[in-house]
Design a protein around this ligand. Structure first.
Ligand SMILES: [Zn+2]
Length: 142
């Protein structure tokens, strides 16, 4: 039975488990309450008894594959991502989220200043914007 690895997109915890190939879920629940995606990290090549031209046994996938292209097709068919790709997506996702927070903050500052310019009190202006904590940190509010 092949070993499958899961990675939580919320806390980044890695978990391993054994499943029959047909029964392996694509997602499992993480102890943190998030969801862990199934990833393939083992690129352990065991040459088949017929030699390299006939492929190798991929322990991560738990099956024989002919070459890298074939491995990609098998992974795609099973809805798997390689750990390398997963990490890349994860990092990009995190960067995007940080950008989103930054953009939101820019809007909050702009909105807050507009409400103040319209004669609203600090408390009223604060109540109108998304994240009052950040404005306080920036010294825009007491
Ligand atoms: Zn988690």
């Amino acid at each position: 039975m092949p070993m499958y690895e899961f990675r939580c997109s919320r806390c980044n915890r890695r978990m391993q488990d054994l499943f029959k190939v047909d029964e392996c879920p694509k997602l499992i629940e993480c102890p943190c309450g998030g969801l862990a995606d199934r990833v393939v990290s083992l690129i352990a090549n065991t040459a088949s008894q017929w030699g390299d031209s006939h492929g190798y046994y991929d322990r991560g996938l738990g099956t024989y594959v002919e070459n890298a292209q074939h491995r990609e097709r098998v992974m795609k068919k099973r809805g798997l991502v390689s750990l390398q790709d997963y990490d890349k997506n994860y990092v990009e996702d995190r960067l995007q989220k940080r950008q989103d927070v930054f953009d939101q903050h820019e809007r909050d500052v702009r909105d807050y200043k507009q409400y103040r310019a319209l004669g609203r009190s600090k408390g009223e202006a604060m109540a109108e914007v998304y994240n009052a904590e950040r404005l306080t940190e920036d010294g825009l509010m007491e």
